[in-house]
Design a protein around this ligand. Structure first.
Ligand SMILES: *Cc1c(COP(=O)(O)O)cnc(C)c1O
Length: 220
């Protein structure tokens, strides 16, 4: 399997303003290094412990994105280096990220995860919950986190119309939140689309795709 070819194939389908997060979860560091050598610098992991171990073994200029569900008690392990946290789904979590970021004098970029899928197993908040965070005094006091956009996962289905409907709703939520947020200029990321559905996501306004198996092959 040629990772460089796979990467180039994906990149040829993305316009310049779309960011590719190479999802390297479950992949060993040697494989991630191959993608790095092919020019990729942004990697996504869904388990904090796994990301911390890989970060210590790989080049410093990698931007690590936490794309999975985040347990509050583990934020401290990644606060020193994590570049973006995609799965923020509560004010409580945002406060913990702020607290840990402050220890390192950092400002951590975060995305609000919005639930757009029908499956109960997928995390995320409603648009109203997101709005109430933006309105809360607590949020306005947080100086070590920056909300830079939204993230969502569509239902795992072959029904393209369903997936399209969900991605469109995330784009609408993004547009609404952007009007309401205090730092509107920094709010610019729409993280949606994986190997199986990124083309639909792009047609619905995605500017950040999270792609694993189409680059690294299928996971065990
Ligand atoms: C695993 C994962 C991906 C990548 O999935 P692929 O189908 O391998 O491209 C994207 N986003 C999240 C949140 C993931 O957990």
């Amino acid at each position: 399997m040629n990772i460089e070819e796979h990467l180039n194939n994906i990149k040829s389908q993305l316009s310049e303003d779309v960011t590719l997060v190479a999802v390297s979860k479950t992949q060993p560091v040697e494989i991630i290094q191959k993608a790095y050598d092919a020019g990729q610098r942004i990697f996504g992991e869904n388990k904090i412990q796994e990301m911390v171990e890989k970060q210590s073994q790989l080049p410093d200029d990698i931007e690590w994105h936490m794309i999975g569900h985040v347990q509050r008690n583990k934020v401290k392990y990644m606060a020193e280096f994590v570049h973006m946290i995609h799965g923020v789904e509560s004010l409580k979590l945002l406060k913990e990220i702020n607290k840990q970021a402050k220890k390192y004098d950092r400002i951590i970029a975060c995305l609000l995860q919005i639930k757009i899928a029908t499956e109960d197993t997928k995390f995320g908040m409603t648009e109203d919950e997101a709005l109430s965070i933006l309105r809360s005094d607590d949020y306005l006091k947080l100086n070590n986190v920056k909300l830079v956009g939204v993230m969502g996962m569509a239902t795992f289905t072959n029904d393209k119309a369903q997936v399209e409907k969900e991605f469109k709703s995330l784009k609408q939520t993004f547009d609404l939140l952007k009007i309401k947020i205090k730092d509107s200029k920094a709010f610019e990321v729409i993280s949606m689309g994986m190997s199986g559905d990124f083309k639909i996501a792009l047609s619905c306004g995605s500017n950040m795709v999270r792609i694993g198996s189409s680059i690294f092959g299928s996971r065990n």
